[in-house]
Design a protein around this ligand. Structure first.
Ligand SMILES: *Cc1c(COP(=O)(O)O)cnc(C)c1O
Length: 366
């Protein structure tokens, strides 16, 4: 490492880089394959909401102008839909940005953040970047062990991250359990409830965490437009919290962190109920399709409430990942999540799921 990099803080140098899903264009360059399907990043297989696309078309002519740094229109729409005020909302360049704003506003040297084993990889990243210590609480049956997370609280704890459903396990915690957890967490500790996949929940599992803000000043709920709304490429997400929490996050936020096309697209997508409905139906059917294939192949999977399935393929997982790549299917190895025997597969179109299943079967049962 060159000298000037050596001088970077130890807590920066030891951050493990985020491993994104392989882009289709990269695999295309490497293998020259004509058909490639990507089931690696939990993207929406239906593409973006058509209403969002139309809004982008209209907004293109204004690209010479800076975006509205306060995101007034999008926040107004979010406020109305979720019965909160504008000052209860922060917008982010993807919800990852909101997670980072949390870390920058509330973590520093000599503080701690708590998250679960197998939890979303961005929590350790944003925590470590502030010099704070990440406390990893062992999972229980691949899910968050909320009781153990409570026991991990110390005088240094400032933030607790909970993903519901979690990525990459798909594990879901019922609303009542989360509410009981919130009641037990001391009020000076911020609880981040990451709901990037909440739109995929069956109706009988949905809960309204945003309404809990009236009761808990130390709660922030993050949402994403990257998954069910199909806008991963634009980067837009949001957070809902007490106005004081939001105000602090706004101090460390870049003034124009969300671009204009993202703002208008997200607002349009919010109102595209038909697209959301289709997305959810396709996902439910796709999950069933992948699950029954696993059962037929004798493979275990982790029950998932997201738009992906973690499938246990055994110690050859990396080799199987590679062979799938050779056949034009990109999935996600999750060894970096301490799940070396699993592959995470995003739910695609029925034909894409089938292509994956066919390729996987020939690899494991030649
Ligand atoms: C995909 C994902 C996000 C959202 O990412 P964006 O930055 O909004 O694209 C957040 N949390 C979890 C758990 C995720 O899987």
């Amino acid at each position: 490492m060159i000298d000037l990099c050596e001088l970077s803080a130890q807590y920066i140098k030891t951050i493990a880089p985020y491993q994104p899903g392989k882009p289709m264009s990269e695999l295309q360059r490497e293998l020259g394959l004509s058909t490639i399907i990507k089931l690696a990043s939990n993207e929406n297989p239906l593409g973006p909401s058509p209403l969002a696309l139309a809004a982008i078309q209209t907004a293109l002519k204004d690209l010479a102008l800076y975006p509205d740094g306060n995101g007034f229109e999008l926040k107004s729409a979010l406020a109305q839909l979720n019965a909160v005020e504008l000052n209860n909302i922060v917008l982010g360049n993807g919800s990852n940005d909101v997670l980072e704003l949390v870390a920058r506003a509330f973590l520093s040297h000599d503080t701690e953040a708590i998250y679960s084993q197998y939890a979303f990889a961005v929590y350790p990243l944003v925590t470590q970047a502030t010099g704070a210590k990440g406390i990893v609480v062992p999972a229980k049956e691949y899910g968050h062990d909320l009781a153990a997370m409570l026991s991990a609280i110390t005088a240094k704890t400032r933030v607790i991250f909970v993903a519901n459903p979690n990525n990459p396990t798909g594990h879901f915690i019922h609303g009542e359990q989360i509410k009981a957890f919130l009641k037990a967490v001391p009020s000076q500790i911020l609880v981040v409830l990451d709901e990037a996949y909440t739109e995929y929940l069956d109706n009988d599992l949905t809960y309204d965490a945003i309404s809990w803000l009236r009761e808990f000043d130390n709660l922030i709920i993050t949402r994403s437009f990257s998954k069910a709304y199909g806008l991963a490429g634009l980067r837009v997400g949001c957070g809902f919290a007490h106005s004081d929490v939001i105000a602090l996050m706004n101090r460390v936020r870049q003034p124009f962190n969300v671009n204009q096309l993202a703002l208008v697209a997200a607002e349009a997508a919010l109102h595209d109920q038909e697209f959301l409905h289709k997305t959810k139906e396709l996902n439910t059917a796709g999950l069933r399709q992948l699950e029954s294939a696993c059962t037929e192949l004798g493979l275990r999977y982790l029950p998932s409430r997201g738009n992906f399935l973690a499938i246990e393929v055994g110690h050859g997982a990396l080799e199987i990942y590679q062979q799938l790549l050779n056949r034009g299917v990109i999935v996600r190895p999750v060894a970096n999540y301490q799940l070396p025997t699993f592959l995470r597969v995003s739910v695609g179109l029925a034909s894409e799921n089938q292509f994956f299943i066919d390729q996987l079967s020939t690899i494991i049962k030649p």
